[in-house]
Design a protein. Sequence first.
Lengths: 96, 96
Amino acid sequence: MKDEELYDLAEFFKVFADSTRIKIISALLERELCVFELAEIVGTTQSAISHQLRILKQSHLVKFRREKTTIYYSLDDDHIKDIFMKGREHIEEISL
Amino acid sequence: MKDEELYDLAEFFKVFADSTRIKIISALLERELCVFELAEIVGTTQSAISHQLRILKQSHLVKFRREKTTIYYSLDDDHIKDIFMKGREHIEEISL
DNA sequence: TTTATATGTGAACAAATATTCATATATAAG
DNA sequence: CTTATATATGAATATTTGTTCACATATAAA
């Protein structure tokens, strides 16, 4: 595998490697949510969420739809859930 | 899911989120390797590899066995390969 | 015990990154 | 056009993190 591909792969995993973003992903596993709701659930500011959503969009982890002034975000891809779950499994197993 | 679990999950993904470590993981998908070999393959110093291997050990991503003065590292868990592969699939799909 | 080889580690520096704050933009309603 | 609401963004700051360098440790052979 080429160095460049491996670099991109590391960049991709960086997106999961932050607790704010992983909380956003976790919340979106349940249902689509707007920025305001995400801020409440995650427990941070609207601005912080918006910054992180930009990263999640750029990495194609979330998609969104607009409804009047509200923008609803949801997970873009089934791989996201798969990877999230595999991570959970690993953590469960090592803590047995 | 609890905040603490989500925090741990983000910590876990941080391990994949660095190009040196992902190169180490990629190399170990093929076969077990010693520190010196890893340094050559990855293209960095023995010290840098050793530092990163410590992180990989702490996260239970690699295991090792000693043979005289040489220490051979290998992947510890099938989840590692699964997660690696899912990441690859995602990247392939978004670049189509 | 001395020497050689392989690996581990602490401190320091540089680079990357998340949040905060203030402000900007976008959409819809009046 | 003005106002209200929801979201986005730029700059600054603080924190985290990876590598380098020098040195320490571990194992085995002489």
